[in-house]
Design a protein around this ligand. Structure first.
Ligand SMILES: Nc1ncnc2c1ncn2[C@@H]1O[C@H](COP(=O)(O)OP(=O)(O)O)[C@@H](O)[C@H]1O
Ligand SMILES: [Mg+2]
Length: 201
């Protein structure tokens, strides 16, 4: 039986958490990575160890989303100052920013910016899908402000950051400075198999 992350799963909350994710169903291979992340990216140690954020990269299906939600879940435990933890797909953020430029938009770019800067921990999933430069620019200002305010950001990406092509793909959605900052703390899931394939079989 994999170890349970929390005795009372009902009370920790991740805003926008994908419905498929179950805190008690992270495969054991992912629990190793999660334990490693928890050792230096806990709420108490994050700023000391990862002021600029952390990037988790590797091929599709290698538990990047799952382990980052696991870390988010350990942050989101209830308490007197329960942190706000939010999950956000990068492509959906790009769509939101794109529609905010319209005159009749329900939400302004400034509102999106405020909403994305607010969480104590933001999990930005699937970075690296090509973004229009002006939308990426807005995302970059969000990342910068999060760093300035000492708020934690976990970036997940399928871009293989040990290849030129992967780095190019990643920076097409933000910029090279963002990647440089994240390079201080990059975790890869290359050694893991594709769990999506295993689950589909
Ligand atoms: N905690 C979990 N609860 C339910 N399914 C899980 C969990 N962890 C992993 N899986 C399964 O493994 C697959 C791959 O994990 P995922 O985190 O989506 O990989 P990646 O983000 O690297 O593509 C998921 O699509 C899901 O089917
Ligand atoms: Mg994923």
């Amino acid at each position: 039986m994999p170890p349970s992350l929390h005795a009372d799963p009902g009370s920790a909350r991740i805003v926008n958490c994908p419905v498929w994710w179950d805190p008690n169903k992270i495969p054991p291979e992912g629990l190793d990575i999660l334990a490693y992340m928890q050792s230096f990216l806990s709420r108490e140690r994050y700023l000391e160890n990862a002021r600029n954020g952390c990037v988790i990269w590797g091929p599709p299906g290698t538990l990047k989303t799952s382990v980052s939600l696991g870390l988010g879940y350990s942050w989101a435990q209830p308490g007197p100052d329960q942190p706000l933890v939010m999950f956000q797909e990068f492509s959906s953020l790009m769509v939101q920013i794109r529609s905010a430029w319209r005159k009749d938009a329900a939400e302004t770019v400034a509102k999106i910016h405020e909403r994305m800067v607010k969480p104590d921990l933001l999990i930005l999933d699937d970075m690296g899908k090509r973004a229009a430069p002006e939308d990426a620019e807005t995302a970059i200002t969000i990342f910068d402000e999060r760093i300035n305010r000492g708020r934690a950001t976990l970036f997940n990406t399928n871009c293989l950051l040990d290849t030129e092509r992967g780095r190019e793909e990643f920076t097409s959605a933000c910029d090279s400075r963002t990647l440089e900052r994240l390079s201080n703390l990059a975790i890869d899931t290359k050694r893991l198999p594709n769990f999506r394939r295993a689950n589909a079989a």
